[in-house]
Design a protein around this ligand. Structure first.
Ligand code: HSE
Length: 441
């Protein structure tokens, strides 16, 4: 067996500590599997005295990850610092410039600088592996970069944020409010340091940007993603979806259309019978539609220290066995420019929840507006709200009645125009809720 491969781990939070533990626990298995011993030789974190449940005494300690990347005697630099600039970016660049392989779980960094970092890795003949950056423990990067390399992909979509899926699942199964579910997700270690990144969809968008590049061979374009988080979803929506045969999931979807590639992150109604609808709790799922393979769906843990460490160490093992793959599936100069398909041209079904004022002609106005926009309705469900005081012509205040509309396939522009018209006609109270329905097998 050749010399041991020396690993430096920068960032010793939940994932970093699990990486050290996994490399220690399964060192023999990894050596057998990859043909080379892999040893941790250096570590870096801010607080040296914190108890992380792993013995770090044998490793060279660095307070500064950039210093470690620049000076440590290592073959692989594992970046688990986080953030799309600062120490994470500086240390990764420093390691690559020295020709040191990099393994990272940092989706924000790749979403922003992935193409440039891929170029730097190529120039310096180094690997840049990032399986853990997308969907934690699910091997979707390897799947797209290698296993499905022969397919033309038409769509890739998935549940890419464990925190959001955990929240939506608990809201549905336990009828618990959003805030309580979020607090539990944070306590369980799923959420980002700043949970707004989870619930507003940014974390999903970072992962989607990487998947889009791998699926379509385009440059990463994280600024071109339509973004909507889950904070506006209420238990009323979740209940209505349930009654209509749907579940609500935060999906990231990248899809080839006639005008370009659509990248979108938003709460989505998915049929209860679809594979993705069965994916609950902190689990993630990624589905790929390939022209030869058809649709494949990978499901697994998308967050948590051990699951993420599993992917980090798989990347390390690939380097140990000398398995090198272009960072984004092809040399970076071969990546095509990304052409954005405008969201206003998006086609699909829609769920709308309106608070309709209880007065004569309100329904007729809504139905007429939909017809004027060429929107065909699949179902209309009126749910009785609180008893209406007074009634038509009495002059007393009337309680708006919740009405749910499900449309057949239409366009985003038509739906938005219809809603603006309905609002301007004064037949609804407040802003209608709008949730896209994803067409799935
Ligand atoms: N906060 C992320 C999630 C962790 O909830 O999925 C993994 O990126």
């Amino acid at each position: 067996m050749s010399d041991a491969l020396r690993v430096g781990v920068a960032g010793l939070g939940t994932v970093g500590s699990s990486v050290v533990r996994l490399l220690t626990k399964h060192g023999a298995r990894i050596a057998r599997n990859s043909g080379r011993d892999v040893v941790v030789s250096a570590v870096s974190a801010r607080d040296r005295n914190r108890n992380r449940g792993v013995d770090l005494s044998a490793y060279t300690w660095f307070d500064d990850p950039v210093d470690m990347a620049q000076t440590a005697e290592i073959d692989i630099f594992v970046e688990l610092v986080g953030g799309d600039n600062g120490a994470a970016e500086e240390s990764v660049r420093a390691a690559l410039k020295r020709g040191i392989h990099v393994v990272t779980a940092n989706k924000a960094l790749l979403a922003k600088h992935g193409v440039a970092l891929a170029g730097l890795a190529e120039q310096n003949d180094a690997c840049l592996n990032y399986e853990a950056a997308v969907a934690g423990g699910i091997p979707i990067v390897k799947t797209l970069r290698e296993s499905l390399a022969s397919n033309e992909v038409s769509r890739v979509y998935g549940i890419l944020n464990g925190t959001c899926n955990y929240i939506l699942t608990r809201m549905e199964t336990d009828g618990i409010g959003f805030e309580e579910c979020l607090a539990d997700a944070q306590r369980l270690g799923y959420a980002e340091a700043d949970p707004t990144f989870d619930i507003e969809g940014n974390d999903t968008a970072h992962k989607l940007a990487i998947l889009t590049s791998l699926a379509f061979g385009t440059k990463i374009s994280s600024d071109s993603i339509y973004l909507e988080g889950i904070t506006s979803i209420t238990t009323a929506d979740i209940q209505a979806a349930d009654e209509l045969g749907y579940r609500i999931k935060l999906l990231g979807v990248a899809q080839r259309t006639e005008t370009g590639i659509e990248q979108r992150v938003h709460p989505t109604m998915v049929p209860k019978t679809s594979a993705i609808a069965q994916v609950d709790g902190v689990l993630n799922a990624v589905a790929v539609d390939g022209d030869f393979v058809g649709e494949i769906v990978l499901v697994g843990p998308g967050a948590g220290g051990d699951a993420t460490a599993s992917s980090v160490v798989a990347d390390i093992a690939d380097i140990a066995r000398g398995h090198a793959v272009p960072v984004l599936g092809m040399p970076s100069h071969d990546l095509e420019d990304y052409t954005r398909a405008r969201m206003r041209l998006h086609e699909g079904g829609y769920y709308m929840r309106l608070s309709v004022l209880d007065r004569p002609g309100a329904f007729a106005e809504i139905a007429m507006t939909m017809a004027d926009e060429g929107i065909s309705l699949e179902s209309i469900v009126q749910r009785r709200g609180a008893a209406t005081p007074g009634g038509p012509g009495t002059g007393e205040e009337q309680t708006p009645q919740p009405v749910i509309l499900i449309t057949y396939e239409t366009t985003e522009v038509a739906v938005n125009r219809a809603l603006e018209t309905i609002i301007s006609k004064g037949v609804v109270s407040g802003r209608p809720q709008l949730i896209r329905i994803e067409k799935l097998k």
